[in-house]
Design a protein around this ligand. Sequence first.
Ligand code: ADP
Length: 800
Amino acid sequence: MRHAPSNTRNRRGVPDTARVRMTRPQHGRVLFLCDRPVSDPAVGEVAAELGYELVRARSLAEAIGHARPPGFALILAGYSGDAEALFESVRRLRGLLPSTPVIVHGIPKEAPFSLEAIYEAGALAVLHDPVSRPILKAKATFFLEAYANAGARHRAQAALEDTRARLESIIGLAEVAAWTLDVDRGTVRGDARMLALYGLPPGDAGSVPADIPVDAFFAALHPDDVPPTRTLLAQAIESGEPYHATFRVRADGGAWRWMLARGRCERSGAQRLMRGVVVDATVQKQAEERLRASEERYRTLFDAIDSGICVIEMLYDDAGRPVDYRFLEVNHAFVRDTGLPDAVGRTMRSMRPEHEQHWFDTYGRVAETGEAAHFVNEAAQLNRWYDVYAARVGPAGSRKVVVLFTDITARRRADLELRRLNDDLAEQDRRKTEFLATLAHELRNPLAPIRNGLQLLRRAGHDAAAATRVQDIMERQLDHLVHLVDDLLDVARITRGQVELKPAWIALADVLSAAVETSTPLIEANRHRLDVRLPAAPLTLYGDGTRLTQVVSNLLNNAAKYTPRGGAIVLAAERDGDEALVAVSDNGIGIPADALEDVFTMFTHVSHGSQAVPGGLGIGLSLVKSLVELHGGSIVAASAGPNLGSVFTVRLPLGEAAPRPAPDAAAAARPPGSLRVLVVDDNRDAAETLAALLAMMGHEAAVANDGHAALRMLAGLQPQIVFLDIGMPGMSGYEVAQAVRANPGWNGVRLVALTGWGGSADRARTAAAGFDEHLTKPATLAAIEAVLARIAASSPVERQ
Ligand code: ADP
């Protein structure tokens, strides 16, 4: 193959197939296919001038190798003498890159083939050898511009298609249907989705959607939604404002589905078109519905629940300590259970500044740890107790706490009341037990002298004087017993509300003198002085004389009992307005201030410190109070304190009557003896009957009624045996025994304990105190004889 010299200005050799770098290669690439070893420099220069990168290929295969995207803006195929090869190259490259123009160059003026054949192969232009630079430039420019335009158009087209595809896929994904309403013709043109939504038949595949009367669409709407939707549509057309509507649509008899339509009316020339979209919002609507329902359920529960509920937000100080909280939500019961109206938005401290810190600490901990808390505590500022359940709302870091609480103030009060009642019952039970023990003791006390008396009578024989004395004693003790039993029965009756008064018009003076008469034996036995002060004018009462006498005599008896021997008792009566005032005062052991109220409670015994006091049954004053109150009166106790005496003041409503003076009292008897025995007992009757018994047994018996007297008598009497009562006021039997044992001069004296208590512990105690024998009251004659026999056997008791 001959290579014709194509360019005389070929100054330098360029490596084959090398790509020639051009100065402004910004427009694209130009392929230069030429198998001549030295190619025409004009080609490269023109390409560079036009701003293209020249790619050289020496063979068709090499050219095809370069024909990758973005392809070439222009192909220049050179002729090197092989026409078939040229045709083949043009055809192949055109087939491969159909939109790239091909220019053939280097064709000799007298070509051995027809130029038509080159054009038929696909070339768009032919340049003859030698290449003319202006012609090459002009033709290349023409084709290059044509290519560039075609490229731009092609790209724009592609971009448009891409956008449309993307839009369609977005619309498809969002389930949006598009429509256009021709307002004046009343027809709608909708896309396939639109038709499907409304259950209208799709148009022929690929054909332009048909115009459908707008009523066909309305026919698919829920009847209730048609009028409002038509109105909205008309308004939007009228105003040009956006059209917004929500309605239900049913396609092909299926379920109703919620649609959301948006559109806007625009004028294009004479035509009014509204373009819009429709979205199937059923799922959204259902979710909304579910949310609304759950919100409603929550709200209903929140408000209907009978416990207080609030949602609070914790507030902290700079150091991060919880110091307050704000109410975000509260229910109806909240106000009732806290007494805090309008709490939402406000803080606890702003409403109750002194609210206890433990509330803030607890809720702060719940918010911090997320651990719920259940507790019971007091809110003093709200004056209530609460049972509380608190839990954090939200994830870690949330400062919100929901608090569910119940006002348990009433329950707590009831609990406390129950506990108090329980304590009261226990106290009453304790008192009753104590009462039973005391009652047994009290009943046994008169029994001892009565039994002794009986034995005495049996032995008294013809000693009429002794018998009379013993009978007196027994009668007195029996009276005491009867009195005790009467009191007990009265208490029982009063407790059951069975006491009936037998009221009459009575003179107060009569009541007082009867009482004095009843109490005189006890007063005299204790060597008290009684002073009776009556008012100048007589006072009359309407009441039960017997019961009122019982009242006053009870008070006098107590004064006598609770005043040391030789005391002073005053019974005074006077008028105070419409009331009679009766006061019984003594200078005795007195009553501690804290016990003044209690003395009227049944079975009460006042503690008088270490002082040994003759306790009674503890029912007298309770009886007195009940009787006074039955008469419409009242009674109070007063005392300046221990050992400063007591005053009991009774107030009774008055009537009219005449006064009467109080009578004087009688005296008591005394026993003799022949054996040196000393009997010590504060119960005179017990002492005397025992002494009498001992006398009848042939002993010389003396009597002492208290410990001090006994000790005084010891020296003069020099007894061998002392019968010593344990429970005596002033100085107990133990103390007397200790005093005796402490004096070596009385070493030979035998001590016999007389006590109501006969347990082993009691016996151990008397033995420890220095007693030789222990006798339980009331002691039988046999027991006394056995003791005397034992003592006689154990030591040489000197007889006189
Ligand atoms: P009782 O005398 O049988 O124990 P009361 O009901 O008569 O029962 O008296 C209750 C208690 O009140 C007595 O145990 C005693 O402690 C106290 N008390 C009553 N009267 C007096 C008084 N005049 N002086 C001191 N204490 C008294």
